[in-house]
Design a binder for this molecule. Structure first.
Ligand code: URA
Ligand code: SF4
Length: 211
């Protein structure tokens, strides 16, 4: 089966601004039909660290910017606690449109499938090529399996650095949304602490330049 991808849309000598402009018109998979807009990655071209989530959420879909909802707030707070300068971080997603299904009046997040992930991958690849981050951190198993390996198990391997041609340090940890879904305040506190510890490891690996 031939899968359509965004590859023909990638401009020569791309910059993040150019990519964002072209991605706004992307129709390489069906998600553009139900998403409000393409939510492209965001951050300085000089960013040292790239965080890769799964897909924009409800808030991101409406704002047109990644990680501006509750998961983004948790990420920002955790970065601060881990001593990582938010201004040196680029945030993006494996899939650039919000996939959802209606439940009453709400739009409930739905996991992207392989066709959608494959279709959208050229955008992520182009972002990595332009930014050339020193570290890539996948948030959650969709990103870890798309970027690192389909065999990657976040629950077992979180915080482990893996060999990759994508960057010097490549790892994955849980998605901040999963922390927000923890069943009790105490579990949330514990999960948040573990998340901040994973970020501290990255900070330590990169040394003073990440601060
Ligand atoms: N969750 C993600 O994976 N990405 C976002 O941009 C927001 C929430
Ligand atoms: Fe294009 Fe990605 Fe949106 Fe699909 S999800 S239409 S590939 S930008």
């Amino acid at each position: 089966m031939q899968v359509e991808t965004a590859a023909p849309l990638i401009p020569p000598r791309p910059t993040i601004d150019k990519l964002r402009d072209v991605a706004a018109e992307c129709k390489a998979c069906d998600l553009w039909k139900t998403g409000t807009q393409t939510v492209f990655g965001e951050g300085k071209p000089s960013s040292l660290i790239m965080f890769i989530g799964e897909q924009p959420g409800d808030k991101e879909d409406l704002a047109g910017r990644p990680f501006v909802g509750p998961a983004g707030a948790l990420l920002d707070k955790s970065l601060e606690e881990a001593g990582i300068d938010r201004a040196k971080v680029y945030v993006t997603n494996v899939v650039k449109h919000f996939k959802w299904e209606p439940r009453g009046k709400r739009r409930i997040h739905k996991k992207p499938n392989g066709v959608e992930i494959t279709a959208c991958r050229p955008w992520l690849q182009a972002e990595i090529t332009v930014i050339q981050p020193r570290a890539i951190i996948c948030l959650g198993s969709t990103a870890a399996q798309a970027v690192i390996s389909p065999k990657f198990r976040v629950s077992v391997q979180r915080g482990e650095f893996v060999q990759s041609e994508l960057a010097e340090y490549v790892t994955a940890t849980v998605h901040p949304s999963s922390i927000l879904r923890a069943p009790s305040d105490e579990m949330r506190r514990i999960e948040r602490e573990r998340f901040v510890n994973d970020l501290r490891k990255i900070r330590a690996a990169l040394g003073a330049i990440a601060a």
